[in-house]
Design a protein around this ligand. Structure first.
Ligand SMILES: [Zn+2]
Length: 298
């Protein structure tokens, strides 16, 4: 009896281990605590985001904010202003990027995520680690990281004409469309500026058939770095490109840095960064307009 009990316990332990190994969630390094609550993550930050001890880090961040030469998504960029809302969300602070409070919150994140330096300075390695965390939330990225490409869905639903940007007909999986509608209603209820802009959150691309993407790639050379032709997230019916604003002279899906910077400052994008996960939507952070619903596997 006692032997059987021990065996059962061993089997249970083995099962737990297997679960742990196969889980895609980032594991916390041994000996480290789970993330702290939002209130204590950055320590006692005053209302003006002053934080003794973090002046030099704040100065370094203030300097690099518009000058850092790097390529976080493979394409050369200057500065990291575009990613400030995303970083603030991840490190759970509302303090501006050049403040001591921001540096303290970033240092806490670095500490919790086993970064080589918990110095409160935004560096390329720190951002790449953060980007990894954000990208791992995309079921599509997890799926394709094993070399596969998801099948097209069995069912897609037509959105209402007024849900498409410029009246365009778009399609999503039924669950994704329902979640999208809930999210739009909440955004408009919570932020008057979002409700007042008739284009806010309208979809300009939803489900796209792999054949159509391949044809467009061949005919127009519009291959989106061949990603579109090979395996686009839009084939799943879970991805939606939503209107989050556009800088003068640019389109709502232009990845020009000036346009992405403009988008990163709109109330719509900022609300999404803070709230979309409540509705199951996660962002591809290089494209402020591209969101994927995670309520179903790709
Ligand atoms: Zn997209």
């Amino acid at each position: 009896m006692r032997f059987l009990g021990a065996s059962a316990a061993a089997l249970l332990l083995l099962g737990l281990l297997v679960l742990r190994v196969t889980s895609c969630a980032p594991a916390h390094p041994p000996g480290r605590q789970a993330p702290l609550g939002a209130a204590d993550v950055a320590g006692p930050v005053s209302a003006d985001c002053r934080h003794p001890g973090w002046r030099n880090a704040a100065q370094a961040n203030a300097n690099s904010l518009t000058t850092l030469a790097w390529a976080p998504f493979g394409r050369a960029e200057t500065g990291w202003e575009i990613y400030v809302p995303l970083i603030q969300q991840e490190i759970r602070t509302t303090c501006p990027a050049n403040s001591e409070g921001f540096a303290a919150a970033l240092a806490a994140w670095q500490e919790d995520n086993a970064q080589a330096a918990a110095d409160g300075v935004l560096s390329e390695p720190t951002f790449v680690a953060m980007k990894g965390t954000v990208q791992t939330r995309r079921e599509f990225v997890r799926f394709t990281s094993f070399g596969g490409c998801p099948d097209t869905p069995d069912r897609i639903t037509a959105a209402r004409p007024e849900e498409g940007y410029g009246g365009k007909q778009v399609w999503l999986r039924p669950g994704a469309l329902a979640a999208y509608r809930e999210m739009v209603a909440a955004a408009k209820a919570e932020v008057p500026a979002i409700a007042e802009d008739p284009n806010s959150l309208k979809i300009f691309s939803g489900y796209r058939s792999p054949a159509a993407d391949a044809a467009r790639c061949q005919a127009e050379g519009n291959c989106d770095g061949i990603v579109r032709a090979r395996c686009s997230a839009h084939r799943t019916g879970l991805a939606a490109d939503m209107y989050v604003g556009q800088a003068p002279g640019f389109g709502p899906d232009s990845s020009a840095d000036a346009n992405r910077l403009h988008m990163s400052r709109t109330p719509t994008y900022r609300w999404l960064v803070a709230n979309a996960r409540r509705f199951g939507f996660v962002n591809y952070p290089f494209e402020p307009w591209h969101w994927e619903w995670t309520g179903e596997p790709p």
